[in-house]
Design a protein around this ligand. Structure first.
Ligand code: URP
Ligand code: ZN
Ligand code: ZN
Length: 495
């Protein structure tokens, strides 16, 4: 019998769960939370957590790591570097994407990707991207994935060659319904964007700001409306990814009000960055090219209101691993670009060939804490729901991740809520050569990250080794059973 009741005790911290905030000790044994209460008995190791806020470790349910596009475009973020960045910013688990290359089976797309993920230092899972929903994919490969605990699909309504037609999307929805899998959707109207891009290029408008004019809010609103309508028709729950504007959020709110199972995700970039960042001189606006595009600053308050009213209930990074140096050289349509490259006189590419996406896996939680909690826009339980608990419920990790309760994985962040600091590239752990939040003042920073009971990051030093993260097989979604509102005898999957 050991002399100690726990492997590790965090003493006297302020615990913030998805529901409440209270002072207590927290005892960890064998990588899981063993007890929460006052005056816990001794641990082999003890950490004085007085003055710290303790939240569940973050679950970033939307990030792109080490993806290899069908055209050979490679993201520079590796699983080792991306997961180091995640842990440094308080994120202990993430969900990234298994690609499907058009014309290929799932098995033949990006060979070895799942094996490379074993280098992760954080726990991880995958959404399966579907770009080519053949009968073989939907009837054989997707069921096999779901059986392995990969229980969510991702579809794009834009980008070539990733996008699906409405008919293909319906087939994916019907398959997901049959299997009890969640569907996540990138909602923008591909043809509308293409039409705008051609008009802008013809007018000689090529700088990074034109990215925003090529895909204004109506383009997102239309596709969000359509995605929800088709999901309603198929009676399949969906999560709308990276909502950037009130027009799209209002579609989600209206659908929810009539009982449709639709959830909305947003990202820190949509409440902190704006057209101003796209206007940065010397092509630096390329650092802020993401899709949906950044909006006017006035949009920030509207997105915060939708976070506050629960329409947007998950905040992810949508971390994307392209460096500024890569964007400057973009030579053709890339994995997340929207057209063939046109060279500008200074040698940089036109806006439509800039790879889309910003790096934010490390800054996601600090920015949300600082802009949300420290500035009084959200309370601590809301912060926990947005950064981990709601994604855990939606993606089948409830009870294990995003929760402070005995039996849950001991994934924890000890926040120094009063620390005032500045985001700067030199302190970050990602493999990308910039951060779009350079120079941003932050109040509240993770001092310590614990992953399954082990100290994985202490004061900016990442201690977890590559390969120490674990694959997370996931269960059915806990929040989102289909409504059953389909005619008797109707089997959408059979259609
Ligand atoms: O601009 C973005 N969001 N890039 C990543 C790919 C995607 O659309 O999620
Ligand atoms: Zn997307
Ligand atoms: Zn994404």
């Amino acid at each position: 019998m050991s002399d100690f009741d726990y492997d590790l005790v965090l003493r006297g911290g302020t615990l913030a769960s998805a529901a409440e905030v209270f002072e207590a000790d927290l005892g960890i044994r064998d990588g899981v939370i063993a007890a929460i209460g006052r005056g816990l008995r001794r641990g082999r190791e003890e950490i004085d957590a007085r003055g710290r806020i303790i939240t569940p470790g973050g679950l970033d349910s939307h990030c792109h790591i080490e993806e290899l596009g069908q055209d050979g475009t490679a993201q520079e973020e590796s699983f080792a570097s991306g997961s180091a960045a995640a842990l440094a910013g308080g994120t202990t688990s993430f969900i990234c994407f298994l690609p499907q290359w058009k014309g290929h089976s799932l098995a033949a797309s990006a060979p070895g990707y799942a094996e490379r993920a074993r280098r992760s230092r954080a726990d991880y899972s995958f959404h399966q991207i579907i770009t080519d929903p053949t009968p073989e994919v939907l009837e054989r490969e997707v069921p096999a994935l779901v059986a392995r605990g990969i229980r969510s699909l991702k579809v794009f309504l834009t980008y070539d060659p990733l996008r699906l037609t409405d008919g293909e999307f319906l087939q994916v929805l019907a398959t997901a319904r049959r299997l009890g899998a969640m569907v996540t959707v990138h909602c923008e109207n591909f043809d509308a964007i293409g039409w705008r891009i051609q008009a802008l290029l013809k007018a000689g408008l090529t700088d990074p700001l034109q990215h925003a004019w090529s895909r204004p809010p109506v383009v997102e609103r239309e596709a969000t409306h359509r995605a929800i309508a088709l999901a309603e028709l198929a009676d399949q729950p969906i999560q709308v990814f990276h909502v950037s504007c009130e027009e799209a959020a209002a579609e989600i709110a209206a659908a929810r009000a009539r009982g449709v199972k639709v959830w909305g995700e947003t990202c820190p970039q949509y409440v902190t960055l704006s057209h101003d960042d796209l206007r940065a001189p010397d092509f630096a606006g390329a650092k802020a090219v993401c899709s949906p595009a950044l909006r006017d600053r006035a949009e920030h308050a509207r997105i915060w209101r939708r976070i506050q009213d629960g329409t947007l209930d998950v905040v992810t990074s949508d971390h994307c691993g392209f460096s500024f140096a890569t964007a400057k050289k973009a030579a053709g349509s890339s994995a997340y670009g929207t057209g063939a490259a046109v060279q500008r006189p200074d040698g940089t590419p036109a806006f439509n060939a800039i790879p889309n996406g910003v790096p934010g896996i490390e800054t996601r939680m600090p920015v949300l804490f600082s802009e949300g909690v420290s500035k009084g826009r959200i309370d601590l339980p809301t912060f926990v729901r947005l950064s981990s608990a709601n994604a855990a419920k939606l993606f089948g990790l409830a009870g294990r991740k995003g929760t402070l309760a005995p039996g849950a994985d001991a994934d924890l962040v000890l926040w120094d809520p009063d620390r005032e600091t500045t985001i700067t590239q030199s302190r970050l752990h990602h493999a990308i050569d910039y951060t779009p939040w350079e120079g941003m003042a932050i109040k509240g920073w993770p001092a310590l990250t614990i992953r399954r009971g082990e100290v994985a990051m202490r004061e900016g030093e990442v201690l977890a080794a590559p390969g120490s993260g674990r694959f997370l097989p996931r269960g059915p979604y806990a929040l989102a059973a289909p409504s059953g509102r389909v005619p008797d005898g109707f089997d959408a999957a059979a259609v």
